[in-house]
Design a protein around this ligand. Sequence first.
Ligand SMILES: Cc1cc2nc3c(=O)[nH]c(=O)nc-3n(C[C@H](O)[C@H](O)[C@H](O)COP(=O)(O)OP(=O)(O)OC[C@H]3O[C@@H](n4cnc5c(N)ncnc54)[C@H](O)[C@@H]3O)c2cc1C
Length: 451
Amino acid sequence: MTNREVELLAIGAGPSNLALAVALEELGSAGLAENSLVIERSPGIEWQQGLLLPWAKSQVSFLKDLVTLRNPRSRFSVLNYLHAMGRLDDFINMGSFTPYRVEISDYLAWVANSLTKVRLELGRTCVAIEPGRDAGGTVTGWLTRLADGSTISSRYLVFGAGRDPYRPPVFDGVPAQRLIHSTQYRSGVSQLSAELPYRVAVIGSAQSAAEMFQAIQSDLPNSDVAWIMRSITLRSYEALNQFTNELYYPSFVDSFFEALPEGREQILQEMHRTNYSGVTPALLAELYADFYLDRLNGRQRKRIVGMTDLTGARAVDDEIALELTDRRTGAVTELRRDLVFLGTGFAREMPALVRGLAAHLGLDTITVNRRYRLNLAGPASAACYLQGVNEATHGIADSLLSVLASRAEDITRDILAHRRPAPDGAGHRAADGQLAAPRQLPRTADISIVP
Ligand SMILES: Cc1cc2nc3c(=O)[nH]c(=O)nc-3n(C[C@H](O)[C@H](O)[C@H](O)COP(=O)(O)OP(=O)(O)OC[C@H]3O[C@@H](n4cnc5c(N)ncnc54)[C@H](O)[C@@H]3O)c2cc1C
C-alpha cells in the first residue's frame, strides 16, 4: 500500500475545486500551487454528469464562472475559453446569459487542461479521511484513503466532492439496479433498451425530476411514465428580481455570516423557493405543451400523480410494488413498476466523508469559520476546508456557481496566511489564534491514525 505526500489535497474536481486550483495558480506563492493535488473519481471532467442533457441550461449568468468575479483579466475566464474555442461570435450572437450545461461542462474540462501548476488526477476515489496527530494530540495533517488502497497525506485538505444523493429510506429493500437517482440518470439509462415498454415511476417535483421526466420521453420513448409527487402539481421556481438576486452576490456572504440565527433562518426561508422545489418556467412550458399534444392525439402514456405520499416500496418478482397514499383521501393503492427514477435531490446532512472525518476528530457539530475552515476542537497545525456544504452559515448561494471565485480566494488566502512563518520564527499562529507547532509537512511516519 503506497502513501504520497502533498501540501494541499483537494477532493473532487467539480467547479468548487477547479476554482480553487485557478486561485492557487493565480494567488498562491512559494510553491503552494506546485505542491497541490486535486483528485477526481470520474475518468473525465464533466459538470453534473448525471443530468448533462443536451438541452439543459445553466441557471446562472456565464459571467459567474470560476474566476471572472475575482479576476476579470484571468486567462481561465469563460470568455477566454469561448475565444480559444473560436465560439465567441456565436455565443454573443445567441444573446443569452445562461449557457447550455454542456458548454459549462466543456469549459470546466478546458480549465482543468489549462492548469500548469496544480496537478489533477482522474479516476481517484476518496473513501475516507482521517486526521493525523502528533504525540501531544495536535492535528498535524490529514490522511486520505483512496478506493485503490493507497493513501495521500496532506497538511491542507479541501473537500469539494458535492453533496450525497438522497434516497428515501422507503427504498432500502429495493434492488439498486431498479433505482436510478438523478445523479446517475445518463449512465443508468445507457444500460437500458430504448425500445422496451418499461413501466417507470419518477419521484419528486423539482427540476431534476422534471428533467428526467422530459429526457425519458426521448430516451425510453415506449415507456409508461407515472410522475409521483407530494405537491399538488408542478410549480415554477420563484422568479428572482434584481433585488433578491443581490442575495446571491459573493459580497452578501459576509452579511449572511454575521446575521443572527433568526436572521439567517428568515433569509433562507424567504429565498428557498428561488433555488429549490421548483422547475424553470421554460421547462414547465415545454412539459405542458407535450401533455397538451398527448391529449390532442389521444396518447396516454404519461401522467402526473400529485398529492401523493410514497409510503412503501418492495421488490416483488421482477417488479417494484410502490405503495401510494393519496393525501386528499387517505386511500392507499399499489403501483407496479419496472424502474424508479429518483428526483429526490440531496441529503441535507453533511456528506458521509465529512461526517466520518468529524467522528475521528470527536466533533459533535460540523461548522466552518467565515473562511470555510473546519472548526476543530483542539490544537492544530493543519487545516481542512469545506466547499459547497455551508448553506446554513454562508447563505443560499453556497452550493451554486455564484460564489465560487471569491470563495476560492478566501480559502487560498487563509491557507497562505496559515502557512506563513511567524516573524519571530517561534512558531506559527493560525488565523484563528491557536499557536500551532513549528511548520513541517506531515510525513507518513509522523501521522498516527486515530482509530
Ligand atoms: C443537475 C444540477 C444542475 C445544476 N445547475 C446549476 C446551475 O445552473 N447553476 C448553479 O449555480 N448551480 C447549479 N447546480 C448546483 C451545483 O451544486 C453547482 O453548480 C456546482 O456543481 C457545485 O460544485 P462542486 O464542485 O461543489 O460540486 P460538484 O459539481 O458536485 O462536484 C463534485 C465533484 O467531486 C467528485 N467526487 C465526488 N465524490 C468523490 C470522491 N469520493 N472522491 C473523488 N471525487 C469525488 C464528483 O465526481 C464531482 O466531479 C446544479 C446542480 C445539479 C445537481
